[in-house]
Design a protein around this ligand. Structure first.
Ligand code: ZN
Length: 130
């Protein structure tokens, strides 16, 4: 297993971590299989979506905020219930196939860490399956 840390820039953000994962795959020497990308957190998640047009990430964040607004209507007293809910909507892991030592991603796809209660240092774990 490998891991790396990301300092997220703002309270909410979709941070493209594809290059970190790709570098780790190369370093691992794995040729064929899969990598599980996992975050051990309750207010950030992992998703795969379009990385070519940054407006897509902004639209996802905007719609998540509309669907799950930050506010005081929640029972959780820490004040970040929206971040917990958004994290559950994304999930905390993604599995990406590996072929010939490369991530199998579509032309427009990237792997994103979804931050919902930053800025913070976030740990990302990678487990290789071969
Ligand atoms: Zn909380």
């Amino acid at each position: 297993m490998k891991s790396f840390t990301i300092l997220t820039p703002t309270r909410t953000a979709l941070v493209n971590i594809t290059s970190h994962v790709s570098k780790a795959v190369t370093e691992s020497g794995i040729r064929n299989g899969a990598v599980v990308v996992y975050v051990p957190h309750t207010t950030c998640g992992i998703t795969i979506n379009e990385a070519a047009d940054p407006d897509v990430a902004q639209d996802i964040l905007m719609q998540l905020d509309k669907t799950v607004p930050r506010g005081r209507m929640y029972r959780h007293r820490e004040g970040n219930a929206d971040a917990h809910i958004k994290t559950s909507l994304l999930g905390t892991s993604a599995t990406v196939l590996i072929e010939d030592g490369q991530l199998v991603l579509g032309t427009w796809q990237g792997i994103f860490l979804g931050e919902f209660d930053g800025p913070r240092n976030r740990k990302v774990y990678l487990q290789f399956l071969s």
